[in-house]
Design a protein around this ligand. Sequence first.
Ligand code: TEU
Ligand code: CA
Length: 541
Amino acid sequence: MATSKSPWWKSAVIYQIYPRSFQDSNGDGIGDLQGITSRLDYLADLGIDAIWLSPVYRSPQDDNGYDISDYCDIDPMFGTLADMDTLIGEARKRNIRIIMDLVLNHSSDEHPWFLEAKKSRDNPFHDYYVWRDGNEDVPPNDMKACFGGSAWTWVPDVQQYYFHQFSVKQPDLNWDNPKVREEIYKIINFWIERGVGGFRLDVIDQIAKEPDLKITNNGPMLHAYIREMNRHTFGGTDLVTVGEAWGANVDNAKIYSDPSGREFSMVFQFEHIGLDQIHGKEKWDLKPLDWMELKKVLSKWQTGLHGCGWNSLFWNNHDLPRIVSRWGDDGKYREESAKMFATLLHGMQGTPYIYQGEELGMTNAPYDISDYRDIETLHIYRDRLAEGYAEEDVMRSIHAKGRDNARTPMQWDSSENAGFTVGKPWLKVNPNYLQINAAEECNTADSVFAYYKALIALRKKYPIFAEGDYQLLMGDDPDVFAYKRTWKEQTLYVICNFHAKKLNEVIPEEYRKGTLLISNYAEQGSSLKPYEARIYLEQRN
Ligand code: TEU
Ligand code: CA
């Protein structure tokens, strides 16, 4: 429990659900809302406070729901508004809040606004989107879309190009049009009235784009738009709001998450996530993680926002590969490394996010290209082959970084399709579900699941997890990631071995003299075993 003046989300743990991959209830091979409701007891047992639900709105599913054609209805594939109300109500009974994913930078090209907008230049909806003149063969500039090709698509009926930062089916909304902003506030208030607990705002740093200047994120009007949205919707409520911002740095994160509450509760930023790609290139251009850099970056965010902003803490989401496969060991030390990463993150200040299956130590899924479904993966495969890359190099990148690594169905038990569906799953189940599944782990005292559960319980029990400051220890040590957190008469020592090797260096006695709160090994020596992690609590006087 945080202090009385602290908002609830400062001591909360948020669990992300990717609905199409969580639990299917009707055998069509696609996860749905009734499926999620049926698994709420599992989440209550884990101890989480809120669920961030990836989009379930009506959508043609070009980008798995991040292309919305009706913001105030549920896609029939996922259920109905009544199912959503049931989920919200059943979750509330278990003290779990539902956080909706708002995709406000763009809509689907099948949204009624866009269907109107592309009819004629004088259509009242035309200016809901971003258009530029040009001629059919020469786009306004050379900006590229995230999922392949130009960011500009020609519409013969209006003799103009529309702008899209993502796929051709995700036209960018024009936030400079006050009517668009009003419509957006209505949508947000619709969900607030339905009883949701907050919002995750997709690529929010890209809404104030200035395509003529080739500005995508952090446009000049960005914070003005966010503040206006805040005033007209969630401002002054106890809702949690988290802005996804690939372009955030410590300085602007303080603006986004200023404790005055003018913008958001926190931002979801990715600086640590880019540390295993070649600088200035794409995520597919792999380089080994520089572990010292990871220490530096995470520490910078911890000290940078202490007292003047708020961090989101995460390794995983629906766009990222699985952490044990990425930076840990998904073979021999799968469990130890999964627990070590959990310790490192959950010991920090901020709100931890757990992405479905992370609490089981789920791994990447190195499939053939024909087994992947993600629009981004399929594009990069085609584009890179066309550019002359060797197929095996492209596949190595996809196996390391492809988004479907995170999207394989949740592994519930050892029955067919891991208990995810009785039908044919939309994306292949990872064959390792026989060893890695929830049923097994819920019944095992030292499982990854049990470890996450214990970490969550510690955050609830000791306010120091939410409140304490941060100081990096053993900063020059190439193997140990250690830090201390101080609050009132308490100090927390978090000590982790990032590697598969047993270390020789002795951990100073001073760090080890408190009570051991948690560890991924049964016995603790003066040095660290492979991927060993510990948290000690020292109580003064
Ligand atoms: O992601 C933002 C984003 O920029 C991603 O495209 C990201 O760069 C990529 O996944 C990493 O390779 C958000 C959503 O999380 C993502 O699922 C959507 O596809 C995207 O926005 C468009 O809405
Ligand atoms: Ca279904």
